[in-house]
Design a binder for this molecule. Sequence first.
Ligand code: GDP
Length: 644
Amino acid sequence: MAKTKITIRDLAAELGVSAGRLKEILTELGVSEDEARQGLDEETAQVVKEMAQELVGDLKTLVLPRELTVRDLAEAMERSPTEIQKHIMTKHGKLLTPVQKVDPELAEKVAADFGLTVQWETPKTEPKPAAQPPTKAVVTGAQPRPPVVTIMGHVDHGKTSLLDYIRKTRVAEREFGGITQHIGAYQAEVNGRLITFLDTPGHEAFTAMRARGAQVTDIVVLVVAADDGIMPQTVEAINHAKNAKVPIIVAINKIDKPEANPDRVMQQLTQYELIPEAWGGDTICVPVSAITGAGVDTLLEMILLVADMAELKADPKAEFQGTVIEAKLDKGRGPLATILVQQGTLKRGDILVVGKTWGKIRAMFDHTGKQVDSATPSTPVEVMGLNEVPVAGDRAERVESEARARQIVQERLEAEKRPEVQRPTRRVNLAELFKQMQAGETKSLNIILKADTYGSVEAIRDALLKLEKPEGVELKIINANVGNITEADVDFAIAADAVVLGFNVKVDSNAQSKAKASRVDVRTYRIIYELLEEMEKALKGLLEPEFKEVTLGTAEVRAVFKLSRGIVVAGCYVLDGKIVRNAPARLIRNGEVVHESKISTLRHLKEDRREIAAGYECGITLEGFDDYKEGDRIECYEIQEVER
Ligand code: GDP
């Protein structure tokens, strides 16, 4: 007869202990792991409960050393440091970081709040019995990993200086002195824990990576100079971080300067929904000086605190996964790539496929230039041995053999050549917005707005937000700023699936080509009314896509051949551009269009061709036409959606 099973989880809840702790108790009571996993029948559960009560009673007493930090207390209580920290803050009104000491009186109070009593260790005793044996903790599964931090902010606000200061003071001495190793990232040591800093300040790198589908940053440190306040790139950085849903810590820099005004910065932050903690919000702001080093330690502790809150974890035993942060070609050592390990462990000798290249890792170096044999999650390492230089943002994965690596790369290269794969994924397009909304593909219209003055940015932003929107559709201005439309804007649009609107600004040539290649809708206007009208139409589905004809090439008929079965072929010479099979085409005689259809067959020396370039001869037939005459012109073209 099937009996009701009581799960470990339920029993643990009843006893008021964690499931992990209950399992330990069960082991002590002689219940095997397998039995426990299957759940306990009621009788056994009852026995276990009674016996466990006693043990649990013991467990409700914490044996603690008198000197302990928030983290130690949290560990003993089997809670996260953040939870205990928050508890201390809200319940006892004290702001302590996880590494700060808790006085015994407070520790007792906190323990009592959780139904625990404290027994103080006599000096020099064994480690706390409540702590899990370390061997158990490192066996399998996800482990806490160091946070990966990107520093962003306006130019000259001190990003590089801050990165340099932290590096100087927190990176362990290099084994080989001399050359400064720059691998795009470094790890700083703070109270025995590590923080990984991406060493390329600024938001371009951050956004470019995201545009390629890679997100490696866990925390953004936003640097704002206290003597300058929030500037355009500060706002942009805020928008980037928010859109990527990455927590922001604000470093109010240059506080050593007499004209520094941190309060003003905090005031300004509130306009961007970043309410400083000091004012009841949840944005951590730390006044620092990248020159004197004041406040930097606190900043680092806050990074760890935010990391704890995010409970960043990765499994060093899992399949390796990583992302390229930086790559270059070294004259002597060949292609070098800095890879950030995100999951699993990377080892020397591993065979990697990285984007569209592969290789066997011949050597690996850490950020100090030291050779290492393996790297665990959140560690950046420079690897040597790839066949070609990959691109920042490329994924790296391990494969079992060189043959497999070659095959994957080959497949990727071939897939790239196929036209249907070449087309990047469909993006938000204003002309098609309504269709996309109806098809349920788009619920939010994300806009990046660039204009010539702050006045116009504000005016357009307000007007856009007031536009009438169909039900269920949201219009979000994810970035609004002064200046021309740049590649970074397009990257942001790719990452956030947004359209870019410009008012009285130009589109940089790099931005233009990138937008075209990745099908980002970039539109510029000279009249605000037109911009608004077009957006209104787009939202209502009234905006017609505009098309234009682009001539591909022209050929001249030089001879007419009549083949068997009555087929007539125009023997042509391509004058300019190219003639493309299946492209729409027209036949022009004495300046007048005689026939319009498409290139039906295209041959060169009896062979079928997809296209024929200027300067070559070819045989052409047009669909539904055979009355060619010497001197006729055949013009072929394609229809393109108008790029505005
Ligand atoms: P970035 O463009 O944001 O990387 O800014 P930099 O780190 O290059 O700093 C710009 C300028 O500000 C440099 O001249 C730095 O020496 C100076 N600077 C940076 N941080 C501080 C600071 O905390 N105090 C003072 N007085 N100057 C700073």
